[in-house]
Design a protein around this ligand. Structure first.
Ligand SMILES: CC(C)(COP(=O)(O)OP(=O)(O)OC[C@H]1O[C@@H](n2cnc3c(N)ncnc32)[C@H](O)[C@@H]1OP(=O)(O)O)[C@@H](O)C(=O)NCCC(=O)NCCS
Length: 179
């Protein structure tokens, strides 16, 4: 199986937009969130899925800071990853942060997420930080990060639980791939 990633631009970012509601639904389930007053799984008051996804177009507007990747496997787009450069004085004490990672259900557990993220790590050298929910319902994702980091860093990563700026407790993973 061949897994590739492509940095999305304004012409193909719509592919990521197609996946965003699926990712939001996963997140809502993990955090036991209700939809907003318009029936949209959204942190803000977006009235439609279209509005929610259109807002994310901002990811194509800062090419030196924001890196929206489409993940391809089986000759199809099967997911996405949103990577950002961390701004000085941010909560994250790192150079790079993965804001979102999603692989569609039919191709999960086939190594797609692993290959895509490894590719992304290899593209950016520095300190990395990843957050995920400590909830029991998120154990598969916690295992994904642990197994990937154990392998990618030769077990040289740290992990702790802390409250982040959004008030939620998160498992925080950190490592460096500075050569
Ligand atoms: C997390 C996610 C991206 C993983 O993608 P994936 O392509 O299924 O993962 P991979 O097949 O590359 O898994 C690599 C390894 O991670 C671990 N892993 C992945 N999914 C797992 C699961 N459901 N249960 C236990 N371990 C799992 C395994 O060690 C796996 O290797 P193995 O299958 O050889 O044992 C995908 O499950 C997903 O999109 N989940 C919903 C959104 C999400 O949680 N995003 C991350 C937010 S922090």
């Amino acid at each position: 199986m061949n897994v590739t990633i492509k940095l999305a631009d304004k012409n193909d970012f719509f592919i990521i937009k197609n996946f965003i509601p699926l990712f939001r639904q996963y997140v809502a389930k993990v955090y036991n969130e209700l939809p907003n007053k318009y029936g949209v799984f959204s942190y803000d008051n977006c009235r439609t899925l279209q509005e929610l996804c259109d807002k994310r177009e901002s990811w194509t507007k800062k090419p030196n800071e924001l890196f929206p990747f489409i993940i391809y496997a089986f000759d199809r787009p099967v997911g996405y990853a949103l990577v950002s450069k961390v701004k000085p004085n941010s909560f994250e004490k790192s150079d790079y942060f993965i804001n979102a990672l999603f692989v569609v259900e039919p191709v999960r557990r086939k190594g797609v997420g692993y290959a895509a993220v490894k590719n992304i790590f290899d593209m950016f050298n520095g300190k990395w930080e990843l957050h995920t929910s400590p909830a029991e319902s998120n154990i598969p994702t916690q295992n994904f990060w642990r197994n990937l980091l154990k392998d990618y860093t030769n077990n040289k990563y740290t992990e702790f639980i802390n409250k982040t700026t959004d008030g939620d407790e998160k498992i925080i993973f950190r490592f460096s791939n500075n050569s």
